[in-house]
Ligand binder design. Structure first.
Ligand SMILES: [Zn+2]
Length: 161
């Protein structure tokens, strides 16, 4: 699978619910996990591979690969954390992004089973980043305007190089 990058309109569109969750969904999730690993990413949302469905996969250190289908953010902490973030669709640039420290998410897995996860730290950050992709939002949208312009300029420069 090919990861699309900043400038592609698909990254700016809202994804549609996965319905039904079936063998094809499981296969899609598996292929996305493979693409995520090959790209050395910790998360990948379906719109990033041009599939406008509400599905993302995550694999952070010391954890298992996780599949989130039709996720809802049920709650986020008042407490926020500022930490460096990157995105496979905005390669080779990073910036500090402020996000809630912890999150509670309800979703379905690739077997069609519902689950709820309450987590903090890196996993929470990646969940919120990938969820944003389903809404057509990118991490650069969460930066102050000046910082955002700088990051985009850096990205464009690196794309030309
Ligand atoms: Zn991303």
């Amino acid at each position: 699978m090919e990861v699309i990058i900043l400038g592609d309109d698909l990254l700016r569109q809202k994804a549609e619910p996965v319905k039904p969750i079936n063998a094809a969904t499981a296969k899609l999730a598996e292929e996305m996990i493979e693409t995520m690993h090959q790209s050395k990413g910790v998360g990948l949302a379906a719109p990033q591979v041009g599939i406008m469905k509400r599905l993302f996969v995550i694999h952070v250190d010391d954890d298992i690969p996780r599949v989130f289908i039709n996720p809802s953010i049920v709650a986020t902490s008042q407490e926020t954390v500022k930490q460096e973030e990157g995105c496979l669709s905005i390669p080779r640039v990073w910036a500090e992004v402020i996000r809630p420290e912890s999150v509670r998410v309800q979703a379905w897995n690739e077997k069609g089973r519902p689950f709820t996860i309450e987590t903090g730290g890196m996993l929470a950050r990646v969940i919120l980043h990938e969820y944003d992709h389903l809404e057509g939002t990118l991490f650069i949208d969460r930066l102050p305007e000046l910082k955002r312009q700088k990051v985009i300029a850096k990205f464009e420069k690196k794309q030309q190089a």
